[in-house]
Write a protein that binds this ligand. Structure first.
Ligand code: IPM
Ligand code: MG
Length: 389
């Protein structure tokens, strides 16, 4: 193919991408205000099990929510909706990251508890459809991925505000194969997309009594998109003069998280999508691994809460799904309860979870029949809550 044709084809694809992103900017600009749950007649909580061990662990997290919100359910203020179809088999059959009927069910909820979903990758038996996670974050515009990491005895208390809809993920599944020799992906930063995540991080800092927000980019090299992200964070920081602001590059930040003296100084970190993805896995490792962390995906209309580990299909193949550890998704319960204003229930659950996982340890989960099942552990947590009342 001659060069002119190659460039013309690629340019057409690029134009379509720009169009999609400009449409997204318009949609973002239309939604200014956050939903107010206290004004709803009824809050609908969707429970979506996902793949692999997802249904088993999500079922346990759901039982705990039903237990803690029993009065609200009875009074008709809260309703649970179980959404079954977000499985890799259904996604492959529909050839979509989220089948239409499942998306409609998700959109009929206010908040969603979601189990892990299998993300197809090169070499898998599945076609290379987009990750259901990434698609849900985009479809429901869940722009803030909030990931707390705490190791009190080491002085670690971090809250990551990972931008969740843009950066390298915005068109991550639609890069351009220009020709056999050249492939291109794109990184996207928008003004509204950055302002809203930066503001969310500062607002959280203000409410939680934190004194410092740190932006993490690679603006020295990725000058246009990361440069814009950092510039906007600096501007937003001026609206919060009582909160200290600094910024680091992702490479040295990755190193500083293992620097025992320095790392205790970080409090709230705001960062573009891909750096947030990587740094939060590293951070969770200090706390005991990704299996111990929960993750909140917050938008102005919807919010979704999930475990940060994968779907572990091997455990299911070996018949071990009932021994899968539900603690990460139960941490997601804590964040969901906080988010809908059930602060007291959230505290009780968090206390019980810490007690069962780290202090009392009457039951231990090993992932095999040498340990407790997820159901036994969930019962243990609920018994601990009851005993604490
Ligand atoms: C996460 C996960 C996802 C991501 C994957 C499963 C697509 O790693 O939630 O951090 O990259 O965001
Ligand atoms: Mg990740």
């Amino acid at each position: 193919m001659n060069r002119e044709v190659i460039i013309k084809n690629a340019t057409e694809k690029f134009a379509a991408l720009i169009n999609e992103q400009l449409d997204r900017v318009d949609r973002m600009n239309e939604t200014k205000d956050f939903i107010d749950y206290s004004k709803l007649d009824k809050l609908i909580i969707g429970v979506c099990g996902g793949d692999g061990i997802g249904p088993a662990i999500t079922h346990e997290a759901h039982r705990i929510l039903e237990f803690l919100l029993a009065d609200k359910v009875k009074a008709g203020k809260v309703e649970f909706k179980v959404i079954d179809g977000l499985t890799i088999e259904n996604r492959v059959a529909a050839n979509k990251a989220i089948p239409d009927d499942v998306l409609a069910e998700l959109k009929a909820c206010h908040v969603i508890l979601k189990g892990p979903t299998t993300t197809p990758r090169a070499g898998d038996p599945w076609p290379n459809i987009e990750s259901a996670n990434v698609a849900m974050r985009k479809e429901l515009d869940l722009f803030a991925n909030v990931r707390p990491v705490k190791v009190p005895e080491q002085g670690i208390d971090w809250t990551f505000y990972r931008e969740n809809t843009e950066g390298s993920y915005a068109i991550g599944s639609k890069g351009i194969h220009v020709n056999d020799d050249l492939a291109m992906d794109f990184c996207v930063t928008t003004t509204e997309g950055t302002e809203r995540i930066a503001r969310a991080a500062f607002e959280y800092a203000k409410k939680a009594g934190k004194t410092k927000v740190t932006a993490v980019t690679k603006a020295n090299v990725v000058k246009t998109t990361d440069g814009k992200f950092l510039g906007i964070c600096k501007d937003i920081a001026k609206e919060y003069p009582e909160i200290e602001f600094d910024d680091w590059y992702i490479d040295i930040m990755t190193a500083k998280l293992v620097d025992e003296k320095r790392r205790t100084q970080f409090q709230v970190l705001v960062l573009p999508n891909l750096y947030g993805d990587i740094l939060t896995d590293e951070a969770a490792e200090f706390q005991g691994g990704v299996g111990t962390a929960g993750s909140a995906n917050i938008g102005k209309r919807y919010a979704m809460f999930e475990a940060i580990h994968g779907s572990a299909p091997r455990m299911v193949a070996e018949g071990r799904d009932k021994y899968a550890d539900p603690c990460s998704i139960i941490r997601a319960d804590v964040m969901l309860l906080e988010h809908i204003g059930e602060v007291d229930a959230a505290k009780r659950l968090e206390r019980a979870l810490d007690k069962c996982m780290y202090e009392e340890k009457k039951l231990v989960i090993t992932g095999r029949d040498t340990g407790a099942t997820g159901a036994e552990f969930a019962d243990y947590i609920m018994d601990t809550i009851k005993a604490d009342m």
